[in-house]
Design a protein around this ligand. Structure first.
Ligand code: CUA
Length: 289
């Protein structure tokens, strides 16, 4: 059976259109075909190293495949031409082993330096502390009130009724407020995150921040910080398969001007800390049996 040119054209194009539509299901402001835009202070270096690696591997692939195709044609079997046996070339071997060694070393040293800047350096003293605790299937978020201080978060106190593992007697927590699946950050202000989990492993992942951190129950991750350089609406989507509802574990994340952030925070009532909140996971589990 023969197909017309037009039929073949649509047979190729239509599947591509459907795949493209499916990809669009992801909520993003920018193209799904390339990197989402970067709005975090640390993102520039991550994008830079990405493009360096893409360039190196791209040039290498083109060079390797060009030589391979050239040799395939040049040394193809032809009647009357005897085969040539090659035993390699030691000089070439040394050259093409040494160059990649130095490239990989340079990438490792640069990458390690960037990691140190992002994760091992203390956040600035004026960073706003924000606690984010994942649960099946949503995000608990805790903000400091006017005092700028969060209640101390203790991993062993995190429980069903106390997602943030705080001590109700902690004065720093008296004016804290909480939200659910709603994250608002002021632009151009450092944010220090306190990340935790109530139940299973979740992951704090915002592609536009070039930021990813697993949240393992029993730990509080206090070394992740960021500074958004532009306003916008993004998605905080969990990036660890955490159960049947994983697909719907996402929250709205907006970066807004500082004045707008302050007005938003002012409108939030402090969270009531009940005696219930003091129970640990173990106590709650026992009480429920
Ligand atoms: Cu939480 Cu996936």
């Amino acid at each position: 059976m023969r197909f017309s040119t037009r039929t073949r054209f649509w047979a190729v194009l239509l599947p591509l259109v459907f795949v493209h539509q499916a990809l669009q299901a992801e909520i993003r402001e920018t193209s799904v075909w390339w990197l989402p835009r970067n709005v975090n202070m640390f993102g520039h270096e991550i994008d830079f190293i990405f493009y360096v690696i893409l360039g190196l591997t791209g040039v290498t692939s083109v060079a390797v495949f060009s030589v391979m195709i050239y040799f395939l044609v040049k040394y193809r079997a032809r009647p009357g031409v005897p085969a040539i046996h090659s035993h390699g070339n030691n000089t070439l071997e040394v050259v093409w082993t040494t160059i990649p060694v130095f490239i990989f070393l340079a990438l490792a040293i640069y990458g390690n330096e960037q990691w140190t800047q992002m994760r091992l350096r203390q956040p600035p003293a004026d960073a706003i502390p924000v606690a984010v605790v994942g649960e099946q299937f949503g995000w608990n978020v805790r903000y400091p009130g006017p005092d700028g201080k969060l209640a101390t978060m203790v991993a062993s106190k995190v429980g069903k009724e106390n997602p943030f593992g705080v001590d109700p007697a902690d004065p720093a927590g008296a004016d804290d407020f909480t939200t659910y699946n709603e994250v608002v950050f002021p632009v151009d202000r450092p944010i220090r995150l306190y990340l935790g989990s109530k139940d299973v492993i979740h992951a704090f992942y915002v592609p536009e921040f070039r930021l990813y951190q697993d949240m393992v129950p029993g730990r509080v991750y206090d070394f992740v910080w960021l500074k958004a350089e532009a306003t916008g609406n993004f998605q905080l989507a969990c990036n660890q398969l955490c159960g049947q509802g994983h697909y719907k574990m996402f929250g709205k994340l907006s970066v807004v001007p500082v004045a707008e952030y302050e007005a938003w925070a002012k409108g939030k009532a402090p969270v009531k800390v009940s005696a219930q909140e003091t129970k640990t996971t173990a106590q709650v589990t026992v009480a429920e049996r």
